[in-house]
Design a binder for this molecule. Structure first.
Ligand code: GRF
Length: 214
């Protein structure tokens, strides 16, 4: 039985689209059971509807604090009994209670080669630092922002003459490959989160898989 997967978005949802396309092409064995947004105008909701995936939206502005919003999200998501949560441009920091509730079952993609450049403006920061390599990382979500065990990285060589926008476009194209692939590894049980670390085929793996792209 395929892994019941919730995808959480706030915006355009190009990563969501990559999941939809990979499942439709038969390249990814996940059951996309719900697409959740905290923004009613997120274009990703339309992508989900076109693909006949149920959608839900709860606006965080209607809640007095992070904890009460997160409790409402849990209640909504649990109606779909997800095994796995995919954060795909979900622009909310999750409360420790939320992360603990779905412990080891939340993935995020961060546009940098973690542990380098957690946080924002990653492309400009990589350019400013004169990095030879830059890319994106799929990782388990823990309470530490952008700090959970890394699963898969996609990297490319930085062209010092390119702009942050150009670099971002190239990195996003990589994300659309590595995110479904990493989620498939978790969905199939090959990669699991245990004791705060990532296990691959039962062995502790503190280094992510790395794929290099042009
Ligand atoms: C991605 O670039 C990802 O790295 C970041 O948010 C962005 C989401 O883009 N966490 P999209 O909504 O999937 O197009």
């Amino acid at each position: 039985m395929s892994c019941r997967t919730a995808i959480l978005i706030s915006g355009s949802g190009t990563n969501l689209q990559a999941f939809i396309d990979a499942v439709a092409a038969g390249n990814l064995d996940l059951d996309l059971c719900i697409v959740f947004s905290n923004k009613p105008d997120a274009y990703g909701l339309e992508r989900a509807e076109k693909a006949s995936i149920p959608t839900a939206c709860i606006e965080h502005g209607n809640f007095p604090d992070r904890e009460s919003f997160d409790r409402a999200v849990i209640e909504e998501l649990d109606r779909y009994a997800p095994d796995l949560l995919i954060l795909a441009g979900f622009m909310r920091i999750l409360s420790p209670a939320f992360v603990d509730y779905y412990k080891g079952r939340i993935l995020n993609i961060h546009p940098a080669l973690l542990p380098k450049y957690p946080g924002l403006n990653t492309h400009q920061r990589a350019l400013d630092a004169g990095e030879e390599w830059h890319g994106s990382t799929v990782h388990f979500v823990t309470e530490e922002l952008d700090g959970g065990p890394r699963i898969l990285q996609g990297r490319l060589r930085v062209d010092p003459a390119e702009s942050a926008d150009e670099l971002q476009t190239r990195v996003q194209a990589i994300e659309h490959k590595i995110y479904p692939e990493a989620a498939g590894l978790v969905g199939s049980g090959r990669v699991v989160f245990e004791g705060g670390r990532s296990l691959v085929d039962g062995d502790i793996s503190d280094e992510p898989f790395v794929q290099s792209y042009e």
